[in-house]
Structure formats: structure tokens, C-alpha cells
Design a protein around this ligand. Structure first.
Ligand SMILES: Nc1ncnc2c1ncn2[C@@H]1O[C@H](COP(=O)(O)OP(=O)(O)OP(=O)(O)O)[C@@H](O)[C@H]1O
Ligand SMILES: [Mg+2]
Length: 429
């Protein structure tokens, strides 16, 4: 799919496949494919499910058209498509639901465009032309002109789940988004990033703090511990008896090196670091503030949001409430939103089954609980970061004129101040 992935080699692939649910769409697609000069034999009846099944066994085309009409949960189904679709494929979908939130979420998941049914030949032709142009457009090489996305994850109180969320978001960026992703766990003495991924942290981070002059690209390559082809982590379990004497420049330098070595970096940033080293958020494109429905957390959310306004004015701030349990919170959502004077972006439910299973398997909550409500909320949070990234790029003029760029001008979370309660709700689609 096109948005989060980089194009691979276009050779040896079919130009076009389509999976549709009705005869009218099939006819319009046949006519449009012929106009494009594409062979019309790879047009199938069967919609998205069929597409996922076929593409798990065969090569993906350059441009893929899928009909979502028979899909009860388009967003989840599009995510399963992303898992079987090869990098570079430009995906267009069609359906009967006319909902800007669905459109926004689908685009954030990597879709090029979403057309409303019944299809018109003219619109379809234009869309296929744009899809082909996107497919043929030169792709930036990772690491050269590639814009980098740095996301800091900060818990408002101890144990709210900041590390659970940071590891899950890094996992989703690397596996679903197929981006080269770094996780920097700055909880040098008590960090759990490596533990969550069933890895030994190594000495990389402690070495870096002790000898900042050694930090360069080669050092990063050696010190990072690989969790997968696309995910690497830098963390430590520094001895409790050993205070780390640093002015924070080593951390900042690490962020700089990660910026050029990876496409996305997630920084698990303990909140006491904000006091000591405020410059660590100066380069963050987005900050996820993880909080919970308690009075103490509400107080510290207010304080941290205000601090971020001064110290990270460039960052898009996303407020995520974790461990939510209906009926047993100290403070209601309404009161919480009123006191922090903004809407919550995502609410993640309390689910100790998922987190316990994740800990036992040495996997992130997003991976081991992917079908649970908590897994879906983590997906939603990850989608909001994709939107934030798209906004970053649009803001720098790199995708001005694109549909998403225009849409984001009015819809970006955190860009415009949202009304309390007007956030995206997962079950909307
Ligand atoms: N949504 C959730 N439902 C149930 N348990 C959760 C949830 N999120 C996190 N937990 C659990 O809460 C505990 C603390 O989580 P985590 O270590 O991620 O928090 P933290 O904010 O990083 O803590 P610290 O302040 O120590 O850095 C862990 O046992 C984790 O499994
Ligand atoms: Mg933590």
C-alpha cells in the first residue's frame, strides 16, 4: 500500500487487479481498465475478503482496487490487506458508507483514495490515473531526503502504561507500517522496553551516556538490539547503585543519530526527565501523553500539557487515557476533559488478560492482543500518529495538494483545538 510503505521494484507485477461485489462496478471497472490500457482479465467478484485471500498467495499488482461494501469492519479488513500486500502497491477502495471519519482512517491506514458507490466511469478514470502517477512517482530513499518522525511517549504518573504503549506503537510502526523504527527507552535504570520484547538490553545505552563522544552512526548500528528486520531498540538496565552523571547531551545526540538512521523513532521518556532535560522534546514531532482517569493524573496531565506548550510548541500532542474501566474511575471522562480543557484523543481499556499474555509471550500488547479492544485502541492511536506524520509532511509542503493534505487542513487532531467529546470513536466505522 502506498502511504506508509516505500515502493519496491515494480518489475514482474501485474498493472491492475480489482475485487468487487456487484456487476455494475465490474462493468465500470472493465471500461476504466481498458481506457488505461490495462488487461481486464484480473477483475474478480468477491470484494476485500477475496483480495486478502488471493494476495496472500500471489504477487501484488501495481494498483489494487477493492470493494468494501460487504465488509462489516472496513478498517480492520484494510489492515489485514496491508499485511498481505507488497510494498509499493497503490490501493483504492470503494464502498457505500459516506463518512469523513472512515475516509480519514482509511487514508491513514495507507489507502490512496476511497470512492463512493455507485461508481462513475469518469471519477474512476481520474482516480486510476492518479494512482498510476503515485505508483510511478520517484520514491525518496530511506535515510536520504526521508522525513523523520520522532514520537515521545510520556506517562503522567508512574505505572500508567507509557512503556506498554511506547513498545506497542513502535511494534505497529515497524510491522504494520513497515518502517524502519527505533525505540529509545530512556528509563535507564528501570526501563522495560527490552523486557517487553523479550530481549537483553545490552550495554549500548549506558556506554553512550558514559562516553557521549563515541556516539555516531556506527555506534548506533552496533549498540541497537534488533527485535525484527524493521524494529531496533536502545535501552539499558543500569545498576541501581550507579547514578548516571550526565547533562543530557548524550540523550540528545542519540536522538539526532536515530533521526538519520531510522524512519520513525519512539522515545519512552520518563516524566522526571522533562524536569532535568527539557531539550529532549525539542525535536519531537508528536508527543503521546499517557494518562488515566484519576485525580492525580488529571492534575499532572494539566501540568504536562502546559509544559509542552512552552517546551515543545512544534509537537502535535495526543492525549491517550489508558486502563479505562467503566464505572470505577475517580473522575468521569467529561470532568477530565473539562479540567484539561481539551478532548481526549484515544481511550484504551483496562485489559489485564492481554497485558499478562503479552508479558508471558515476550510480545507487545499490540501484537499479542491484536483482536482485543485494547489492541484496536492501540491501532487507533497508531493511526493518529500516521495522520500527525502526514500533517508534518503537508506542513513542510511535501504533499501539498494531496487529498490527505487538504483533509488534514481541517481535520487534524491537535492541529485545531477540538471540542471536548468530539474525538474519533473507534466503533464509528
Ligand atoms: N490497558 C492496560 N490494562 C491492563 N494493564 C495494563 C494496561 N496498560 C498497561 N498495563 C500494565 O500496567 C503495568 C505498568 O505498565 P507500564 O510499565 O507500561 O507503565 P509505565 O507508565 O511505563 O510505568 P513506569 O512509570 O514504571 O515507567 C504493567 O504491568 C502493564 O502490563
Ligand atoms: Mg515505563
Amino acid at each position: 500500500m502506498n502511504a506508509p510503505w516505500k515502493a519496491g521494484g515494480p518489475h514482474g507485477r501485474d498493472a491492475f487487479h480489482a475485487y468487487v461485489c456487484d456487476d455494475h462496478s465490474l462493468e465500470v471497472l472493465r471500461a476504466a481498465a481498458q481506457d488505461m490500457g490495462w488487461p481486464a482479465e484480473k477483475l474478480y467478484k468477491g470484494g476485500l475478503r477475496n483480495a486478502v485471500q488471493s494476495l496472500s498467495m500471489s504477487a501484488s499488482p501495481n494498483v489494487l482496487f477493492v470493494d468494501l461494501s460487504e465488509s462489516a469492519d472496513p478498517l480492520t479488513d484494510i489492515n489485514s490487506l496491508a499485511e498481505v500486500c507488497e510494498p509499493g502497491t497503490v490501493v483504492i477502495a470503494a464502498g457505500q458508507v459516506n463518512d469523513v471519519r472512515l475516509y480519514r482512517d482509511l487514508v491513514a491506514s495507507g489507502l490512496q483514495d476511497y470512492l463512493l458507490k455507485p461508481l462513475s466511469l469518469e471519477t474512476l478514470r481520474d482516480t486510476l490515473n492518479s494512482a498510476q502517477a503515485v505508483f510511478l512517482a520517484p520514491k525518496a530513499d530511506a535515510g536520504s531526503d526521508q522525513p523523520h518522525m520522532m514520537v515521545s511517549v510520556i506517562g503522567t504518573r508512574g505505572g500508567v502504561g507509557a512503556s506498554t504503549i511506547a513498545t506497542s506503537l513502535a511494534y505497529l510502526s515497524s510491522s504494520r507500517g513497515k518502517r524502519s523504527t527505533a525505540l529509545l527507552d530512556l528509563d535507564v535504570h528501570f526501563g522495560t522496553g527490552a523486557l517487553a520484547l523479550d530481549l537483553e538490553p545490552g550495554r549500548g545505552l549506558t556506554d553512550a551516556v558514559e562516553n557521549p563522544s563515541r556516539i555516531d552512526g556506527l555506534f548506533i548500528e552496533r549498540a541497537m538490539v534488533r527485535a525484527s528486520d524493521t524494529l531496533a531498540i536502545l535501552s539499558a538496565e543500569a545498576p541501581i547503585s550507579q547514578p548516571l552523571l550526565t547533562d543530557g547531551s548524550a540523550y540528545f545526540q542519540l536522538e539526532e543519530e536515530l533521526r538519520s538512521a531510522f524512519e520513525w523513532t519512539f522515545v519512552d521518556l520518563p516524566r522526571n526527565m522533562l524536569v532535568q532535560h527539557p531539550h529532549l522534546v525539542h525535536e519531537s514531532n508528536a508527543v503521546v501523553v499517557v494518562t488515566e482517569f484519576t485525580l492525580a493524573s488529571a492534575r499532572d496531565t494539566i501540568r504536562i500539557l502546559s509544559w509542552l506548550k512552552t517546551n515543545a510548541p512544534q509537537s502535535q500532542v495526543i492525549v491517550a487515557v489508558n486502563k479505562a474501566q467503566p464505572g470505577v474511575s475517580e473522575i468521569t471522562r467529561k470532568d477530565f476533559e473539562q479540567s484539561i480543557e481539551r478532548a481526549i484523543d484515544v481511550v484504551l481499556p483496562y485489559d489485564c488478560k492481554v497485558t499478562t499474555q503479552a508479558a508471558k509471550l515476550g510480545k507487545t500488547a499490540a501484537e499479542s492482543g491484536r483482536t482485543s479492544k485494547l489492541g484496536q485502541a492501540l491501532h487507533e492511536l497508531s493511526n493518529q500518529l500516521n495522520l500527525a506524520e502526514a500533517g508534518e509532511i503537508a506542513g513542510k509542503g511535501k504533499s501539498s495538494g494531496s487529498l490527505i493534505g487538504r483533509l488534514l487542513d481541517v481535520k487534524l487532531p491537535g492541529k485545531a483545538k477540538k471540542k471536548a467529546g468530539a474525538n474519533t470513536v473507534l466503533t464509528d466505522v
